[in-house]
Design a protein around this ligand. Structure first.
Ligand code: NAD
Ligand code: GLY
Length: 363
């Protein structure tokens, strides 16, 4: 097991990464506020891993409330959130009940938001089971739900007490979901870790073949990058070049997810196509050259990710992108690439350059 720490003073916590962690129980037991937990999972993940996770807790005398949600991005909404509150109340969960999110980013974001708001906040433990959740969404405390007009528009920052990433769970992940997670892994290399980017280029075949050593290394290096960024700008309040850099490709990608209907494109797929758009715009601004953009496109394609966006039309993209949380006082703040391995936030791209980059990258 490898352990990293997210250094947030009194809210600091560990990320454990390794094989066969679910059955161990001990790390979770050591972080509970009482003998009560509510495990939030979904109809796909619960049959695979819920019993394994809860057995050692029950054996230690912990009372477990199970909350099983429908599966999919389309359910990351108020109705599902309310179903979590209903179940917590029905089982008389109190303020010492620890919410445990067992699943991918959708379960993590929903359960995390429920934990942030139930009785004004209860402890949270993240047990991510997708590559995307193990390298990104379980770490850093962003929680929330979608609005029909925009991704992740309602939410709260709520840091977990612990992240437990059991790499064995990735064995059952569909190939398409594995690829979607790799979009976020590639992101870390592109925005701040050139050596990692080069390692991914050399090892993408091993990652796609689910080589356990390669996956564990990619998860650890991704989490180390994320932990460092989050520790420096927990609530994304830095004017420039803070946590917002973790959103490379996301403003374009969120527009694709919202514009095509939640769940049609996977989050990581939107990020991949959005990353190509951000790279193309960075080339137009003179920062990347054509070879850099090809290099990015090739790597994403080798991870079997889309490198062209959905054909929504540039106007629709711009409309949807106008709802992004990085828009401040009407100015669209994009994450672009100064060079491979170095991202910046940029508010001065002209609408016509953005439109041209979108058009150049759409199917
Ligand atoms: P997901 O949660 O929908 O999971 C993908 C699919 O895999 C689902 O069908 C799920 O049930 C299934 N699944 C999960 N674990 C499995 C396993 N071990 N074996 C078999 N099937 C499994 O999608 P995701 O890609 O994990 O997360 C995407 C979500 O995360 C989006 O809503 C995105 O906005 C959010 N996100 C949040 C943050 C954050 O910082 N909070 C960061 C990135 C993404
Ligand atoms: N996934 C972007 C962030 O956590 O800030």
């Amino acid at each position: 097991m490898r352990t990293l720490n997210v250094a947030l003073s009194d809210r600091a916590y560990d990320i454990h990464i390794g094989a066969d962690l679910l059955a161990a129980g001990t790390p979770i037991l050591g972080r509970l506020a009482s003998d009560r937990v509510a495990v939030v999972s979904n109809t796909v993940v619960a049959p695979l891993y819920l019993a394994k996770l809860t057995a050692p807790l029950r054996a230690a005398g912990v009372r477990v409330t199970e909350i099983i949600l429908p599966d999919g991005e389309a359910y990351k909404n108020w109705e599902t959130l309310n179903a979590i509150f209903d179940a917590l109340l029905a089982d008389r969960c109190d303020r010492t009940t620890t919410v445990i999110a067992l699943g991918g980013g959708v379960v993590g974001d929903l359960a995390g938001f429920a934990a942030a708001t139930y009785q004004r906040g209860v402890p949270l433990i993240q047990v991510p089971t997708t590559v995307l959740a193990q390298v990104d969404s379980s770490v850093g405390g962003k929680t929330g739900i979608n609005h029909p007009r925009g991704k992740n528009m309602i939410g709260a920052f709520w840091q977990p007490k612990l992240v437990l990433a059991d790499t064995d769970t990735l064995a059952t992940l569909p190939d398409r979901e594995l690829s979607a997670g790799l979009a976020e892994v590639i992101k870390y290399g592109l925005i701040r870790d050139l050596a990692f980017l080069e390692w991914i280029e050399a090892n993408v075949g091993r990652l796609m073949a689910r080589d356990p050593e390669a996956l564990a290394y990619a998860i650890e290096r991704s989490c180390a990058n994320k932990a460092e960024v989050v520790a420096g700008d927990e609530r994304e309040t830095a004017q420039d070049n803070g946590r917002a850099l973790l959103n490379l490709g996301h403003t374009f990608g969120h527009a694709i997810e919202t514009g095509t209907g939640y769940g049609t494109w996977l989050h990581g797929e939107g990020v991949a196509a959005g990353t190509v758009m951000a790279a193309e715009l960075s080339r137009r601004l003179g920062w990347l050259d054509a070879d850099d953009v090809s290099r990015i496109r090739d790597l994403l394609a080798r991870a079997r990710l889309p490198v062209k966006g959905a054909p929504l039309g540039a106007e629709r993209y711009l409309d949807l992108m106008g709802h992004d949380k990085k828009v401040i006082a009407g100015r669209m703040r994009l994450v672009l690439l100064k060079r491979l391995g170095e991202a910046i936030t940029w508010s001065d791209a002209s609408e016509s350059d953005i439109r041209t980059a979108i058009d150049a990258c759409c199917a």
